[in-house]
Ligand binder design. Structure first.
Ligand code: F0G
Length: 459
């Protein structure tokens, strides 16, 4: 193969038609969705970059496995296959299957959390934070404060600030700390990788204080690519060996299989401590299902076992990381402000500097998400003051620290010409950027408002 060109390392066997809507149609669709892309129907979308979670394309080997799913209630062979694959990868002896990542979060954080407890993380993902806070505990983010600028090219911007972690543990007292969660890659922090050195340092601090160390491993294969190519000591390791070494440092992990196991539904909790595993298993059986299927069908477990193997293949990971970076670097070149270096699963656009005329109270990220949809039928996700803004006692918005729009790329779904279409759409948005206005909220629910809020354009 021509070494300098990365091509999609697969050919397409099954296709799903896309409805190529007109601008007029999209204006109606968006109005009916109250200017919230979450409320659009998927057939109204041309390129769906809302999330990379559960939206990936399975391989022929995964679909083949699906036909062989063993649907027995207890001890199904599909469970044994999935359990063996996860044990081998994570080194954890106790595996609890669940229907998706947040169910694993619920099992573990409801057991070890509770009032008075504190969790630390490089950045808690929103369902992680919600599960911790729902238990009555507190979630504190400790990202690297010095490397948050858009254009700071530090290679591991997803790292946890270890010096700060040490201080915070001493401030709260080690007994109060329920766990340290290292999220790889750091989704809420721009899809940025975490170095092996950082994982090692976190593990050391946790060991010193006797604190549980958990990996949120849903994008562990993508993270392994960055470790191999940016951390000299790991250049000769395979991606799988890198992942295994990182798992080896932790006391357990949570994984939403909807990401790096390349399936549409599934997840697991893996632990090294029997007592903790048994406590979590009790909740598993009450809320998810019997211990050998959790919330999953046998066929789902077959697909997960297969996906966990495919995701570490060099040709796949090269294509995956290079295609995300192709979108991000192309946008950067045409003058779109994006978080760099480009992360593993998504490109994050800074809507605040793209639309400086729109104040945070009028949601520049929402404006960009709507413009992308109107211009190109592209669905993206606001990660700014709609998602994270709060109100003060007088009802005034306390904006989020950033106004981002995430373009998350489903695995093996879109070809380069789809991505070129996204870049061309951004080019067109450059022309009209000064004229774009913001939005005001007309309805919002009390929790997680971004999913169902309604908006109207500011005139
Ligand atoms: N942890 C991280 C880092 C995640 O990104 C997600 C989901 C979860 C946990 C929860 O997993 O969805 O299977 O319950 N992230 C998706 C996203 C929803 O769009 O980034 P889940």
């Amino acid at each position: 193969m021509h070494q300098s060109i990365t091509i999609e390392p697969f050919r397409i066997k099954v296709v799903e038609p896309i409805h190529l809507s007109s601008r007029e149609e999209r204006e109606d669709y968006l109005k009916n969705a109250h200017y919230n892309p979450f409320l659009l129907h998927s057939r109204e979308v041309i390129i769906d970059l809302l999330t990379d979670s559960g939206t990936s394309a399975m391989s022929s080997a995964q679909w083949g496995g699906i036909m062989q799913g063993d649907e027995s209630y207890a001890g199904a062979s599909s469970w044994l296959r999935m359990e063996a694959a996860i044990k081998d990868l994570t080194g954890c002896p106790y595996i609890l299957p669940v229907h998706q990542g947040r169910a694993a979060e619920h099992l573990l954080y409801s057991r070890i959390g509770g009032k008075g407890k504190v969790f630390f993380s490089n950045t808690h993902f929103d369902t992680t934070r919600a599960n911790i806070e729902y238990s009555g505990a507190t979630a504190i983010d400790l990202p690297l404060a010095d490397h948050q600028d858009l254009d700071d090219l530090y290679p591991f911007k997803g790292n946890l600030d270890v010096a700060k972690l040490d201080q915070e543990i001493r401030k709260h007292g080690p007994d109060k700390v329920a766990a340290v969660i290292l999220t790889v890659t750091n989704n809420s922090g721009g899809g940025q990788p975490v170095s092996m050195q950082n994982a090692k340092s976190v593990a050391e601090v946790c060991k010193r204080y006797g604190i549980l160390f958990i990996l949120d491993a849903c994008r562990i294969a993508e993270n392994a690519w960055f470790v191999k190519h940016r951390e000299d000591a790991y250049a000769e390791y395979t991606y799988r060996e890198i992942a295994q070494e990182m798992f080896g440092m932790a006391d357990g992990c949570i994984m939403s299989a909807k990401k790096d196991a390349i399936v549409n539904m599934g997840g697991f909790l893996a632990l090294k401590d029997l007592d903790l595993a048994l406590r979590c298993r009790t909740v598993l059986i009450i809320t998810e299902g019997y211990a050998t299927y959790g919330g999953l069908s046998g066929r789902d477990m077959e697909a997960i076992a297969q996906g966990l193997d495919e995701v570490f293949k060099p040709a796949y990971l090269n294509y995956r990381i290079k295609s995300t970076s192709y979108l991000g670097e192309s946008l950067h070149r045409i003058g779109i402000p994006v978080i760099r270096p480009i992360g593993g699963h998504a490109v994050y656009v800074d809507a605040k500097s793209f639309y400086p005329q729109i104040p945070p109270e009028e949601f520049p990220g929402q404006a960009l998400a709507c413009q992308l949809y109107l211009k190109g039928g592209i669905r993206s996700c606001e990660i700014g003051s709609v998602m994270f803004g709060k109100y003060d006692d007088h009802g005034k918005l306390i904006p989020a620290s950033k106004e981002l729009v995430r373009l998350a790329i489903p695995r093996r779904v879109y070809t380069q010409s789809h991505i070129d279409y996204v870049i061309a759409t951004f080019k067109a948005l450059m022309v009209t950027r000064d004229m774009v206005k913001g939005f005001r909220i007309t309805y919002e629910p009390p929790f997680l408002r971004h999913f169902t809020a309604r908006f109207e354009p500011v005139e």
